[in-house]
Design a protein around this ligand. Structure first.
Ligand SMILES: [Zn+2]
Ligand SMILES: [Zn+2]
Length: 117
């Protein structure tokens, strides 16, 4: 019989998944995120620099599919900061996330534009 596996790792506080301790990326004083969350964050920053992302970080619809829905137009995507990580959302996910986090936008210009404030 094999010995039980010992989990040597840490749970990412953002996505709740477990990764080896050494894989975590420090991004601020006492702030760490797993390599997957770090990757999503860098993709969003890259998109802010003008490079199209591969997909929506939430529903994973590809950028090509989103582009097909908006022929000849700019593809609307919205950056959300979830627990310190920038993530790009398609319009459908943006509406859901904004609804779930509406308390954050009360009294802001964004909230006003969305009819929250
Ligand atoms: Zn994570
Ligand atoms: Zn989406």
């Amino acid at each position: 019989m094999d010995a039980p596996a010992i989990i040597v790792g840490r749970q990412c506080r953002y996505c709740r998944k477990w990764y080896p301790k050494g894989d975590f990326v420090l991004f601020g004083p006492g702030l760490e995120r797993c390599p997957k969350c770090q990757e999503r964050h860098l993709i969003a920053l890259d998109a802010l620099a003008g490079n199209p992302p591969k997909e929506c970080a939430f529903c994973h619809i590809t950028f090509e599919k989103l582009s097909d829905k908006h022929p000849g137009e700019r593809v609307p995507m919205v950056v959300h900061m979830i627990d310190g990580t920038y993530m790009l959302a398609c319009q459908v996910c943006d509406i859901k996330i904004t609804e779930l986090t509406r308390h954050l936008f009360k009294g802001t210009m964004f909230g006003k534009a969305r009819g929250i404030a």
